[in-house]
Ligand binder design. Structure first.
Ligand code: ZN
Length: 432
């Protein structure tokens, strides 16, 4: 049931439609592309973006803290995904806090402002940073993932203020970099001490309540052979013959497929909202010369897994050991497994109060209040695991995230803003 007070706030959101659209278009115009692994953010757009948010929040009475993240100083632990060498300079994090007027529950509203690269520009109907409007949609990189969500948070809070509603609990707005690579922006907010009784990240979720995300790990398996002339016969390897690293690597790739089948069937890998664990070879390098038996192959892989998977690396190692033990060469020359930046999955219980708050807001806006999972991960991993903050996401359609012609439907942007407003008022309490 929408109360009279809530109805007034929703009306301010409706009458502010043009402002919300204009604000999001401005946010899309900042080119805040996540730098590649070994790169540093170039240009002023990241700082300009954060300064723009800062001035909005300051005008609204927030106390704003903005800082540069030194990855080498972040506390690193299993599942944290911390890459100590990553240079995050020029991509500040920001946390703005508005103290509540009473003793309500506190809330973090978090959004990442980095966006994945636009890819091949010619594939875009409209330039990716021009925020062109067409068919009731705003096109641009980050439109739904997730500058739309950031605009929604801010305009939900604006409408609450315009309606003269005083929130009882504290609200902290966090806008963070590097979610698309490492999630170290949000981790930095956590380690700087920002906490709350619950958190919402308006990532795109097709207007459903996101309660579970999978963890991920990336790595490399190096398989060694022994070089030799490819067009002459060789004795067995113990007698000094050549060994084809590509043939050995093929065995390993087959073993990884078996691993996927095992996970698919395993009762331990079943999850109500998520697909079972999976490992995918994504890049392969091998061989040196057309007439030389290849002596080295590198298999690069990614693996995603449900939150209850605590040590994915150990599971991959065990399978490699199996295959290694069945091959005399590999037994003597075991493949080397190297991983980096593994990040844990996360989930909130269905009966967490913030989940109910999210569902009820959606129901009152005439959406099916469904729960869902996401096969990849979000910044929720740190809020949930590192800080113990129950965290959900609610946001617009995800289908064009990371694609050419990414867009957000304006009605969904408005509904996300309304869902945020209802969640904020109901969670924090009003009027004391
Ligand atoms: Zn995102």
């Amino acid at each position: 049931m929408i109360t009279e007070e809530e109805r007034r706030v929703l009306e301010f959101i409706d009458s502010g439609r043009e402002d919300i659209i204009g604000y999001l278009r401005k946010l899309i115009g900042f080119r805040t592309i996540t730098p590649q692994e070994n790169e540093t953010a170039k240009g002023e757009d990241y700082k300009d973006f954060q300064n723009f948010i800062r001035s909005t929040l300051e005008e609204m009475g927030f106390d704003v803290d903005m800082w540069e993240i030194d990855a080498s100083k972040l506390d690193s632990f299993p599942g944290s995904g911390v890459l100590k060498d990553r240079d995050l300079s020029n991509m500040p994090a920001l946390a703005g806090k508005l103290e509540g007027g009473g003793k309500g529950r506190s809330l973090i509203l978090n959004g990442h402002y980095d966006v994945v690269p636009p890819g091949i520009i010619e594939n875009w109907r409209h330039p990716p940073f021009d925020a062109v409007m067409e068919d009731n949609k705003i096109f641009g990189r980050g439109a739904n993932d997730m500058k739309g969500g950031i605009a929604a948070i801010i305009h939900a809070l604006k409408a609450i203020q315009q309606a003269g509603v005083i929130l009882n609990g504290d609200v902290t707005v966090e806008t963070v970099p590097d979610e698309e690579q490492t999630c170290m922006g949000t981790l930095s907010c956590c380690q700087r001490g920002y906490t709350a009784d619950a958190a919402i990240i308006p990532e795109p979720t097709d207007m459903k309540v996101l309660v579970a995300v999978r963890g991920s790990v990336y790595g490399k398996i190096t398989v060694l052979g022994r070089a030799g002339h490819a067009e002459v016969a060789h004795p067995d390897w113990p007698e000094g013959g050549a060994v084809n690293a590509i043939s050995k690597a093929a065995k390993i790739i087959v073993a990884l497929d078996e691993l996927n089948d095992e996970w698919k069937m395993s009762p331990e890998k079943q999850h109500k909202y998520l697909d079972p664990d999976i490992i995918t070879p994504t890049i392969i390098h091998g061989g040196e010369w057309p007439v030389t038996v290849p002596e080295k192959v590198e298999i690069i892989f990614g693996s995603v897994f449900i939150p209850s998977t605590k040590d994915k690396i150990k599971e991959i190692e065990a399978k490699l050991k199996n295959i290694t033990n069945s091959d005399s060469w590999l037994k003597e020359h075991p493949p080397k497994l190297e991983t980096e930046g593994w990040q844990y999955g996360a989930e909130v219980k269905e009966n967490e109060p913030i989940v109910d708050t999210g569902r009820e807001a959606l129901r009152d806006l005439s959406f099916e209040p469904e729960l869902r999972g996401f096969g990849s991960l979000t910044d929720a991993i740190h809020l949930i695991n590192h800080m113990g903050i129950p965290t959900i996401s609610i946001g617009p359609d995800i289908s064009t995230a990371h694609m050419a012609d990414e867009y957000v439907d304006i009605d969904e942007l408005m509904n996300t803003t309304k869902a945020m407003a209802l969640c904020i008022m109901r969670w924090c309490g009003t009027g004391t």
